[in-house]
Design a binder for this molecule. Structure first.
Ligand code: ACO
Length: 275
């Protein structure tokens, strides 16, 4: 039996070749999110965000689970016993790191190695790319224990899945496998479990070869576009491209154009220029 984990042990991190592997680290509780874990996760991701030796963040889980959602004991029952302010505080601790991750300066990948339930949809959506194991299971299990999918979980389903699938998923409390989650838009793709880490590493390495400022501008733009009119989006994108020029964007673009038009050493349609 595992003793109660110290707050700083609820998240594990390894940095390798500019990839930060961040892991929910309560495998004995299927990585469900307690207030301690939420506080620690915010600290960890904020620290990694501005480090030069980190180019991509991968979020995965220790053991069999990605995350079994919110901790029914520590996040719900114990907090509710302390009253409204305690509830609001622990909600904020959770939402704060999901929000930070949604608007992260660096590319993020969810490597969904197993169970992903309810509140887990917040960080799932926050990651730019999500790769699931074929053996992973996704569920809006809230309805199975008498609540609605709150904490953004319904919004995630509505944003990512076709409406008919989202409503069914939220009302029935049935799980989806990795391939089903990919078919319904909840994750980017699903791969056999044995290939999961290799596939995520391959994506991370491809991202590391691209211009970091352009990636940041691109991911924010796509997320911002969701609730903009066409006209607003068009204008936002002009401003975003011009802002990008202040961060070395012009030099990178000139060099890429030179490699394509003059040196003929690469084709933008077939790969990334040599930075
Ligand atoms: N909250 C609190 N404790 C949890 C949670 C959770 N979300 N998930 C797992 N645990 C605990 C279990 O209580 C158990 O604790 P114990 O060892 O002290 O008894 C331990 O983790 C292991 O869990 P088991 O159920 O024994 O593991 P198993 O592998 O058999 O099942 C499964 C895994 C399917 C994930 C199961 O634990 C489960 O259904 N968890 C709840 C999933 C869920 O519905 N989460 C809430 C979503 S709604 C929301 O997030 C708002």
């Amino acid at each position: 039996e595992q003793a109660v984990r110290a707050e700083e042990d609820t998240v594990a991190v390894t940095i390798e070749n500019r990839i930060a592997w961040v892991r929910f680290n309560r495998p004995e509780k299927r990585n469900c999110m307690s207030p301690k874990l939420n506080r620690q996760m915010l600290k960890v991701i904020e620290e990694l965000e501005f480090r030069d030796d980190v180019g991509v963040l991968v979020l995965s889980g220790e053991g069999d689970a990605w995350s079994a959602g919110m901790d029914l004991k520590e996040y719900f029952r114990e907090t509710e016993a302390q009253g409204l302010w305690a509830i609001r505080k622990s909600q904020r601790e959770a939402y704060r790191w999901w929000n930070r991750l949604r608007w992260y300066e660096k590319p993020t990948i969810a490597m969904v190695n197993g169970w992903c339930f309810g509140g887990g949809y917040g960080p799932l959506y926050a990651c730019d790319i999500a790769v699931a194991s074929d053996d992973a299971q996704f569920g809006l299990s809230e309805i199975n224990w008498g609540i609605l999918p709150g904490g953004g979980a319904s919004k995630v389903a509505a944003d990512l899945m076709p409406l008919r699938k989202a409503i069914y998923h939220a009302m029935m409390g049935e799980n989806l496998t990795g391939p089903q989650a990919a078919a319904q838009g909840l994750v980017t793709e699903s791969v056999p479990h044995a290939q999961l880490k290799a596939r995520v590493t391959e994506i991370a390495e491809a991202l590391l070869k691209k211009d970091g400022h352009a990636l940041r501008a691109t991911k924010w733009a796509v997320r911002r576009m969701i609730d903009m009119t066409y006209e607003n989006a068009e204008d936002y994108l002009i401003r975003a491209q011009e802002a990008l020029h202040s961060y070395g964007g012009v030099a990178a673009r000139k060099e890429a154009t030179r490699q394509f038009l003059d040196e003929k050493s690469f084709k933008p349609g077939l790969g990334t220029f040599d930075t």
